[in-house]
Write a protein that binds this ligand. Structure first.
Ligand code: SAH
Ligand code: SF4
Ligand code: F3S
Length: 436
């Protein structure tokens, strides 16, 4: 009998990838996915613990599932992801409607847990098991997929930035074997995938075992570039300290490696970088950016920033604004510091909320201005666009440019086609263009 699975994904791209793999694992047990929670036999929330708001959202969403569970007592409700890892059995105590809690390293055990839930038994699995989940997850299905795909190559983090829960929720850094990654990449290309984004919490720290020794991310990228049908390669997220010369050089040499790099720095103040345990200075970051731009002059840079980190003064904040002006980002994400249980920074005296709010507004105004300017600078230029899906207007497709801008184009082309497009206009969050 087919059963219906509804998955809601929060947080980062790795969760998006994990949700796909979980759906595939449950697919082998007869579950098909649905977009409608009301018709589901199983609702799975794949959660994020990075900031307090993200974690609390999960509880309000669980609260909203109460009537659904009341109307359909056989409904299985599962919590996966980083909140599951961080809070484990506590979730069952706070939300008795939950049937199973599964941490990111235990997804291969999900089908067995779903069976237990169907039999009325509650389970919690937040182990960091000895076995590798990827060895136990089913092979990826052969059906044609979307033109773009994520592929996790590295998971976990050993960097322990003072604000961050990821080392606790995802565990120690582990790289998948290069042979496995390459075979998954080839499989994706055979299914029609044209663009792969390699994922890792510290993706550029990747060092996977291969049949002939240790592989770096640079080597992996160069080998992937030889896969027929695969046209674009991206990777995220990188730590500045792991930006090797070889990887930087690959940006100048590999045509398939796209000119967009997400390289978070968090702050432009050396004092705050030290307090954050980022293990580099602002100057080091700027030197890396220079090297990257020397290898690939049109590189579009993106970053993450935290404002209101404990101890941040007005001068520290000004240093962040200065760094942003120097780098000139094409895109950036900025957050108000959120104290997370168990992290060292959570013990420190916070910056007053009003001060952090004001700084966030100032920072975002600067970053939005840079983003708009980067988009305006595209007007008149020719870029390559990988079409992904029909646009809102009739006869229109939406795709991404090399620089990761969403581009709307009038065309008869099908998803998966790559075309040269001349950019004609810029809207707040996307571009418009015509086939060149
Ligand atoms: N592994 C990646 C991303 C980690 S989480 C990296 O190292 O960059 C994504 C972003 O969330 C971080 O870059 C940081 O800017 C933000 N973030 C992490 N913890 C946070 C916290 N406690 N409060 C506010 N923002 C946080
Ligand atoms: Fe978190 Fe820092 Fe690791 Fe990124 S590098 S996941 S911010 S601890
Ligand atoms: Fe969130 Fe976990 Fe990703 S905390 S950002 S889902 S690694």
């Amino acid at each position: 009998m087919t059963k219906k699975l509804y998955i809601k994904t929060y947080g980062c791209q790795m969760n998006v990838y994990d949700s796909e793999r979980m759906a595939e694992a449950l697919g082998a047990e007869g579950y098909v996915t649905t977009e409608v929670a009301e018709e589901a036999d199983m609702v799975l929330l794949n959660t994020c613990h990075i900031r307090e708001k993200a974690a609390e959202k999960v509880y309000s969403d669980l609260g909203r599932l109460k009537p659904l569970k009341a109307a359909k007592p056989g409904l299985t409700i599962g919590v996966a992801g980083c909140v599951a890892q961080a809070e484990g059995g506590e979730i069952l105590r706070r939300m008795p409607l939950v049937d199973l809690v599964v941490g990111p390293q235990s997804y291969h055990r999900l089908p067995a847990m779903a069976k237990k839930a169907e039999a009325g038994e509650k389970t919690v699995d937040t182990d960091f098991p000895e076995e590798d989940k990827f060895d136990h997850l089913p092979d990826r299905p052969k059906a044609v997929a979307r033109p773009t795909a994520f592929l996790t190559v590295q998971e976990g983090c050993d960097k322990f930035c003072a604000f961050c829960v990821v080392p606790y929720t995802r565990g120690a850094e582990v790289s998948r074997s290069a042979d496995r990654v390459l075979s998954e990449a080839r499989g994706l290309a055979e299914r029609g995938v044209r663009e792969i984004t390699l994922l890792g919490q510290n993706v550029n720290g990747y060092h996977g075992a291969g049949h002939d020794g240790d592989w770096s991310l640079a080597r992996l990228v160069r080998e992937m570039a030889r896969i027929d049908g695969l046209e674009r390669i991206r990777y995220t997220t990188s730590h500045p300290n792991d930006m090797s010369d070889d990887l930087i050089a690959a940006h100048g040499e590999e045509r398939k490696l796209m000119p967009y790099l997400h390289l978070p720095v968090q702050s432009g103040s050396d004092r705050i970088l030290k307090a954050m345990a980022r293990k580099h200075r602002a100057e080091d970051y700027l030197r890396i950016v220079e090297k990257i731009r020397a290898a690939r002059p049109d590189m579009m840079l993106s970053g993450d920033f935290i404002v209101g980190f404990p101890g941040e003064t007005e001068a520290d904040f000004d240093a962040t604004l200065d760094l942003i002006r120097t780098v000139n980002y094409g895109m950036a994400y900025s957050f108000k510091y959120s104290a997370r249980p168990g992290t060292p920074a959570a013990e420190r005296t916070p910056v007053p909320a009003e001060v952090a709010d004001e700084r966030l507004q100032t920072l975002q105004a600067l970053l939005t201005g840079q983003q708009r300017a980067a988009q305006m600078a595209m007007i008149g230029r020719e870029v390559s666009v990988l079409f992904e899906k029909p646009g809102r207007l009739q006869g229109q497709m939406v795709g991404k440019s090399d620089y990761l801008h969403a581009v709307h184009v009038r065309t008869e082309a099908t998803p998966g086609t790559i075309a040269r497009v001349r950019i004609t206009a810029s809207a707040p969050n996307s571009l418009a263009g015509e086939v060149a």
